[in-house]
Ligand binder design. Structure first.
Ligand code: SF4
Ligand code: SF4
Length: 424
């Protein structure tokens, strides 16, 4: 952990599987949806480059294997279309969610240098509050809404009944994504492959020595590799699609090109680069000055950045190369940034690179290991042990959260939050 333990990382809460669907439904350019949603001046490539071609091919493959994904994606587009009306007329009420992140545990067997849950101590927790029966009941309750379910943590494979939970989600025919650091995959593979998730997102920071240094434990790269190989050996159909997810930080950006080899070594279906999500002290101060009376945030437990040292122009050139050359697999970037936006993203963190009201409060929420329903940082709108989910979804505190965003626009802390950029 660097900088006094205040570094922040949100373990990927769902690289958008639908980015591949977007590639299909947006005429082969995954970025077109982004551009249209924001009208932000992102310059889509004129000619289809290699990465786009691979993304299109992958999108077609995914569409053929998972027609329900396309339906889900189109429903999202429809839902996004009515969101402005919901914001204006519904007084904070919302139609059912489209994405729900379940966090069966915040415990973790690693202590990555950039992790928020290491900084605030959650990874050291001893207890998972909800039993498997509770999680199954929650899944039963939310299944009629047809959300895309993302399982994260902490490290979700530490939850003893993770395979049973995934199987239950699949039984409801919900799209299911499991994010993991891969260290326990070898042990869990057999159970998980009985009813595998649709997508397995494996977090990888670089080639072996970079990954192990960031993860602060030697051998993590090799353990994850063994896990990925066992999953591949046990795979009967197409699931799970293995997506390697790489957070761009001050320690990893220079080895971005080598990550392609690493992703291929893992047998990845696709590689996603995530620009790092972070919060600075000025963001939190500005947030508290505006919203501290009803939704205070504590920089010590959620703030920090690990982006120091990134040369944005060189990073931009690397990304252009990754987009132009044929590396043999789809390579995605989230969020998509042009050169100026990238300079802003890393050089002026409090500035917004895009201007929009976040959709997250109307479409998504997390459910934490103790049953708390939390749509944003430490904001808790209720607990599924005490109330039905549907009551929490339109509870007074959830509506107040939506009304704050609808009336005043994004919070200052939205500027570098992953959820802010989500528009699929
Ligand atoms: S693997 Fe564990 S310590 Fe590392 S980022 Fe994920 S939750 Fe945090
Ligand atoms: S985008 Fe903004 S409102 Fe949504 S989770 Fe992030 S900080 Fe909260």
């Amino acid at each position: 952990m660097l900088a006094g333990g205040r570094l922040l990382h949100f373990p990927s809460d769902g690289l958008s599987f639908a980015q591949l669907a977007a590639a299909l439904t947006d005429g082969g350019c995954a970025n077109a949806a982004w551009q249209r949603a924001y009208g932000c001046g992102y310059n889509a490539p004129n000619a289809m480059n290699s990465s786009t071609r691979h993304t299109l091919r992958a999108g077609l493959k995914v569409a053929a294997e998972h027609p329900s994904l396309i339906l889900w994606y189109l429903q999202n587009r429809l839902r996004n279309g009515v969101l402005p009306l919901e914001r204006r007329l519904a007084d904070g009420r919302s139609l059912p969610p489209r994405y729900i992140t379940l966090k069966p545990t915040l415990r973790c067997n690693l202590r990555c240098e950039f992790c928020r849950f290491v900084a605030n101590g959650d990874v050291f927790g001893k207890k998972d509050w909800l039993e498997i029966g509770d999680w199954k009941r929650i899944v039963d309750e939310i299944a009629p809404y047809g959300p895309y379910i993302c399982l994260t943590g902490g490290e979700p494979t530490l939850y003893p009944q993770i395979a049973e939970l995934v199987a239950h989600i699949r039984r409801h025919r919900l799209l299911c994504v499991l994010t993991t650091n891969g260290t326990l995959l070898e042990q869990r593979a057999e159970a998980l492959m009985q009813a595998p998730p649709d997508v397995l997102i494996l977090s990888l920071d670089g080639p072996r020595e970079v990954h192990d240094a960031v993860r602060k434990a030697e051998g993590t790269y090799d353990r994850a590799l063994r896990g990925a190989r066992k999953v591949a050996a046990l795979r009967k159909g197409s699931a799970p699609h293995l997506v390697v997810n790489a957070a761009i930080t001050g320690h990893t950006w220079e080895t971005a090109l080598q990550l392609v080899d690493a992703a291929r070594e893992f047998g990845a279906f696709a590689l996603n680069f995530q620009h790092f999500w972070f919060l600075t002290q000025p963001m939190v101060t500005a947030h508290n000055a505006r919203w501290g009376d009803c939704f205070p945030l504590n920089y010590e437990s959620i703030g920090g950045t690990a982006t120091e040292g990134i040369d944005t122009d060189r990073l931009y050139e690397t990304i252009q190369r990754l987009k132009q050359e044929d590396f043999g697999l789809p390579i995605l970037f989230y969020p998509e940034l042009d050169r100026e936006q990238m300079r802003l993203y890393y050089g002026a963190p409090e500035a917004f690179t895009h201007h929009a009201t976040p959709t997250c409060a109307w479409t998504a929420t997390d459910i934490l290991p103790n049953g708390d329903v939390s749509p944003c940082f430490d904001l808790v709108c209720g607990n599924v042990r005490d109330q039905p989910f549907r009551d929490i979804w339109n509870s007074d505190s959830f509506r107040a959260h939506r009304n704050r965003l609808a009336s005043a626009g994004p919070y200052p802390v939205c500027a570098r939050c992953c959820a802010y950029f989500r528009r699929d």
